[in-house]
Design a protein around this ligand. Structure first.
Ligand SMILES: [Ca+2]
Ligand SMILES: [Ca+2]
Length: 433
C-alpha cells in the first residue's frame, strides 16, 4: 500500500513483530524495518533489510555487495568461479553450504550474509623430451576430480623410452589417464631412437664384415665389405631373402641405407674359373718373335709331326751335355695361382741315357729347372705328338712377375736325336676376378 506523510497506518494481524516500510525521502527510495517496539512511529532513516554478498579471490557472486531485499521476499545468488578456479565453499550466515553454485534466500525477514570462496583448479604440467610430444602440452587447468587422458607420441623413427608421472615411472606407455585429479600433477616423457639389427653371414671361402648382428639406428646406414678368399669370388648375395647371383667380375661392397627395419645379408663364394695365361701354337710367329729365347737352332717347321701349321723341332749334336737346343721364355703369372703347363711333345732316337728331351719350368729365372716331362734314352716312344699336362705346379710358380719360366730342351749325340713341341699353354686360377 502507498500512503502519504501524515497518514496513519493500521496493521492488523496476529503477533505482528516486524514490518518493513519503504518510504521516499530526498527523492530516494529507502527502507525501514519496524519492530514491534517501533510501532506507533517511524524513527527516521533506519537500517534497511539487506543481504551482504561477497566473494573471495578467484570468482564472483551475483548480485554482490549490500543487496536490498524486500521483507518476506526471496533473493537468489549465483556463484561464478573465474577461469581456472572452482567454488570451494559458500557460507550463508557463517554456515557452510558446501560448494554450491546458487543459493536462494526465501521468506526474508532479517538481514543475511552470503560469502563464496574459491580455490585454484588443479594444473597438470606436461613436458616432452626431444623427438616426441605429450598432448595436451604445457600447463593445463583441469576440473577438480577430472580424469584427463594424455597421449604420448614419438616422432617417426623414435619410441617412448619412459613416462614419468609426478616423478615416478609408469613405463613406456603411449597413453596415460589420471585418476581423479585433486592436486597439481606432472607428466613427462622421454624418447629414444629406434634401432634395428642387420644379421650378416657368409659361406666358406670368404668373409663379410662386420659379421654377425650389427645394430643400426633408424635412418642409419651400414656398409658391408665382402671379401672372397684368394681364388674365389662372390657367387650369390642374399639380402632379405632376395638372391642376386653375381656375374663373375662384380665384387662390390653392399650398403644398407635409411634403415627402418631389420635386415639380413648373406653371401656365398665360388671358385674362380681357371684362365689361360699364355698359349703359343707356334703357327703365327716364330718362337724368337714371340718372346722365346733360342738355344741352338731349333726348327720352326711345317713338316710332320705337326699341330696346326707349325711346330718346333729340336735336334741333338755331338756337344753333349747340353742342352744342345732349346727354347725358353718368361711367362708372367702375376695374379695367378695353381699354375698348370700343358703342351704337345714327341721324340725319337733317344738311344742312350745321355740323350733326352724335356719340358721344364723354373721359378728363379732359369737359375735351375725342374722337369715336367722328360724322355730319356733308351726311349722307344712314338714320334707322334702326345698331349701332356702338368699337375698344379708348386706354390713357387704362383704370382711370378718375372721369374717363372718354361723351357723345352734337347740333349743328344747327333742330329738324329730329335724332339718336338707344340701348343704350349700356361693356365692358372686368378687370385681375384
Ligand atoms: Ca702348331
Ligand atoms: Ca740317339
Amino acid at each position: 500500500m502507498i500512503w502519504s506523510s501524515g497518514e496513519s497506518l493500521t496493521f492488523s494481524g496476529v503477533d505482528v513483530k516486524n514490518v518493513q516500510v519503504q518510504y521516499t525521502q530526498d527523492g530516494g527510495s529507502k527502507y525501514a524495518l519496524l519492530s514491534s517496539a517501533d510501532f506507533g512511529g517511524v524513527p527516521g532513516p533506519s537500517v534497511a533489510l539487506k543481504i551482504m554478498a561477497g566473494a573471495g579471490e578467484g570468482g564472483s557472486i551475483s548480485p554482490s555487495g549490500a543487496v536490498a531485499v524486500v521483507y518476506g521476499g526471496s533473493q537468489t545468488f549465483s556463484i561464478i568461479p573465474d577461469a581456472g578456479y572452482r567454488i570451494s565453499e559458500v557460507k550463508v550466515d557463517g554456515n557452510s553450504q558446501g560448494a554450491i553454485s546458487t543459493y536462494t534466500f526465501d521468506a526474508i525477514t532479517m538481514g543475511h550474509t552470503i560469502y563464496a570462496e574459491f580455490a585454484v583448479n588443479p594444473v597438470i604440467t606436461a613436458s616432452a623430451g626431444p623427438n616426441g610430444a605429450v598432448a595436451p602440452p604445457g600447463a593445463t587447468s583441469v576440473s577438480y576430480g577430472a580424469t584427463p587422458t594424455y597421449t604420448i607420441t614419438p616422432n617417426a623413427g623414435y619410441h617412448v623410452a619412459d613416462v614419468l608421472v609426478d616423478g615416478t615411472s609408469v613405463g613406456a606407455v603411449t597413453s596415460y589417464t589420471f585418476l581423479p585429479v585433486t592436486t597439481d600433477r606432472m607428466i613427462s616423457a622421454t624418447f629414444a631412437i629406434n634401432t634395428y639389427t642387420i644379421t650378416a653371414s657368409s659361406g666358406a671361402n670368404g668373409a663379410i664384415t662386420p659379421a654377425g648382428v650389427t645394430t643400426v639406428n633408424y635412418g642409419g646406414s651400414q656398409e658391408y665389405t665382402i671379401t672372397p678368399s684368394i681364388k674365389y669370388h662372390i657367387q650369390t648375395l642374399v639380402v632379405d631373402g632376395i638372391t642376386t647371383t653375381y656375374p663373375p667380375k662384380i665384387t662390390s661392397p653392399y650398403t644398407f641405407t635409411n634403415v627402418q627395419e631389420d635386415h639380413t645379408i648373406s653371401v656365398t663364394f665360388a671358385p674362380n674359373p681357371r684362365q689361360e695365361i699364355f698359349f703359343d701354337t707356334f703357327d703365327l710367329l716364330a718362337p724368337a718373335d714371340n718372346g722365346w729365347t733360342i738355344i741352338g737352332s731349333p726348327d720352326w717347321q711345317t713338316d710332320a709331326p705337326v699341330s696346326g701349321t707349325h711346330s718346333i723341332r729340336f735336334r741333338g749334336s755331338v756337344a753333349y751335355p747340353g742342352p744342345d737346343e732349346g727354347i725358353y721364355r718368361t711367362v708372367p703369372t702375376t695374379g695367378y695361382s695353381d699354375i698348370i703347363v700343358s703342351y704337345l711333345l714327341g721324340a725319337q732316337s733317344l738311344d742312350t741315357t745321355s740323350e733326352g728331351f724335356a719340358a721344364q719350368y723354373s721359378t728363379n729365372a732359369g737359375g735351375s729347372y725342374t722337369d715336367i716331362t722328360r724322355f730319356t734314352g733308351p726311349y722307344t716312344g712314338s714320334t707322334t705328338f702326345t698331349s701332356y699336362t702338368s699337375g698344379i705346379l708348386p706354390t713357387a710358380a704362383n704370382n711370378q712377375a718375372s721369374n717363372f719360366r718354361i723351357r723345352f730342351a734337347m740333349w743328344g749325340s747327333n742330329t738324329n736325336d730329335r724332339g718336338w713341341c707344340d701348343d704350349v699353354k700356361v693356365t692358372g686360377i686368378p687370385d681375384y676376378l
